[in-house]
Design a protein around this ligand. Structure first.
Ligand SMILES: C[S@@+](CC[C@H](N)C(=O)[O-])C[C@H]1O[C@@H](n2cnc3c(N)ncnc32)[C@H](O)[C@@H]1O
Length: 325
C-alpha cells in the first residue's frame, strides 16, 4: 500500500514537472519506471501529461514532448517492458511532427499545477531575447521570487503591491494566486511586454477578483507617480539588474517608493556577473540606499517547489531588500 502511494506521488510529481517544462534530465524519470511496468499506469501517465486537456490546450514545443517520450520509452525498453498503444502512438506522432517552423515570436506555455485548482498558465516567447526586449520570456529570478513570495504569503496579505519590469507576469500571477494581496499593479516600460502580460492575465483571469489587478506602463526613465492606481506598500522586481546603463533610472524609482511612499522594496537578482552587481550597489549608494537583507534560494527538491524551474545556465539567485541607509 505504502509503495503504491509512493508511486502515485512520483507520477503526480512527474506530471507537475512535465507541465512546468522542466528539462528532461531533471524529470526524475527513473522514479516512475517501475510503476510504468503496469500498462494502466502508462495510460494514466499519458492522461495526465501528453493527452491531458491542459496539454492539448497549451501544448509544449514538440521537441520537448519528443525528448520526454523518447527518454521514457528507452528506459521502458531497457527493462523489457511492453509499451502501451497510447504511449507508442504518442511517440510516433511526436517523431513525425516538427518545430522547424517555430520562430522567436512563437509562444510556449508553462503550467503550474495546484491541487483542486486551475493551473497557473504562463505564455512566453520561445527565445529569451526577442522583438528587441528581454521581457517576452520568463527569467529565473521571477520563479525564485514567486517561490519566495508563496512561502512568505502572510507578508503580502492585504497589501498593495507594485511590480517594476514585470515581464510576462510570473511573480505577479504567483503573488495573486498564493498571497491574497489587496491589489497588485503590474508595470513594465515595453508595450509588447505589456500585451503579452495582458494575455497571460486573461489566461488566468478565473482566479482574480475584479478591481484588485492593475496593469500600467511605467518606464523608469520617464516616471510619473501620479499615473499609478494605488500607493504601494510593497514594491517587487525580478531580474532588473542586468544592464548598468539602466541603473540610475531604476534606482531613482526605487528611491521614490522607499523614501516618499515608505514602501518595502524587494528585488530578485540572478548573479551572473559580480561587476554588474557591484555597479548596482554603487548606484544604490549614490542615493543613500543599501541592501539591508538577503535571502538565498532554498535547496528544496524540484518536486517540492510550487514553481519549479531550471535555468539553462546555473547561477545563484538572491532576493534582496533595499532600504535607506
Ligand atoms: C530581464 S526582463 C525580466 C522580466 C521579469 N521581471 C522576469 O523576471 O521574468 C527585464 C524587464 O525589465 C523591463 N525594462 C527594461 N528597461 C525598463 C525601463 N527603463 N523601464 C521599465 N521597464 C524596463 C523589460 O521590458 C523587461 O520586461
Amino acid at each position: 500500500m505504502e509503495n503504491a502511494l509512493f508511486d502515485l506521488i512520483n507520477l503526480h510529481n512527474f506530471s507537475r514537472l512535465y507541465h512546468a517544462r522542466v528539462p528532461v534530465n531533471c524529470l526524475e524519470i527513473d522514479s516512475i519506471i517501475s510503476e510504468l511496468k503496469d500498462p494502466n499506469t502508462q495510460i494514466a501517465l499519458c492522461n495526465s501529461t501528453i493527452s491531458s486537456s491542459a496539454d492539448v490546450k497549451y501544448p509544449p514545443r514538440n521537441d520537448y514532448r519528443k525528448r520526454v517520450l523518447k527518454a521514457i520509452t528507452e528506459k521502458l525498453e531497457a527493462t523489457q517492458t511492453e509499451i502501451c498503444t497510447e504511449l507508442y502512438e504518442a511517440v510516433c506522432a511526436s517523431m513525425a511532427a516538427t518545430d522547424e517552423n517555430a520562430n522567436p515570436t512563437d509562444i510556449s506555455h508553462r503550467l503550474f499545477l495546484f491541487d483542486g485548482a486551475n493551473p497557473l498558465v504562463i505564455g512566453e516567447n520561445v527565445h529569451q531575447l526577442s522583438e528587441g526586449t528581454t521581457g517576452l520570456s520568463a527569467w529565473q529570478a521571477a520563479f525564485t521570487m514567486a517561490e519566495w513570495a508563496a512561502q512568505n504569503a502572510k507578508m503580502f496579505a492585504g497589501k498593495n503591491v507594485l511590480e517594476l519590469g514585470c515581464g510576462v507576469g510570473v511573480t505577479g500571477l504567483a503573488v495573486l494566486r498564493c498571497c491574497r494581496p489587496m491589489s497588485y499593479t503590474f508595470t513594465d516600460g515595453n508595450d509588447k511586454v505589456l500585451d503579452r502580460l495582458r494575455a497571460n492575465v486573461s489566461l488566468n483571469s478565473a482566479d482574480f477578483e475584479p478591481g484588485r489587478l492593475f496593469i500600467e506602463k511605467l518606464d523608469w526613465s520617464d516616471f510619473d507617480p501620479y499615473r499609478l492606481p494605488t500607493k504601494p506598500d510593497i514594491v517587487l522586481g525580478s531580474d532588473l539588474c542586468f544592464e548598468p546603463s539602466l541603473f540610475p533610472a531604476l534606482v531613482s524609482v526605487l528611491n521614490y517608493f522607499i523614501r516618499r511612499k515608505k514602501a518595502e522594496c524587494f528585488i530578485a537578482t540572478t548573479i551572473r556577473n559580480e561587476d554588474t552587481q557591484g555597479q548596482f550597489l554603487h548606484e544604490l549608494g549614490q542615493l543613500g540606499l543599501t541592501i539591508s537583507e538577503e535571502w538565498k534560494e532554498e535547496s528544496t527538491s524540484l518536486g517540492e517547489r510550487m514553481f519549479p524551474f531550471i535555468p539553462s545556465v546555473q547561477c545563484e539567485c538572491v532576493i534582496q531588500q533595499i532600504r535607506a541607509v
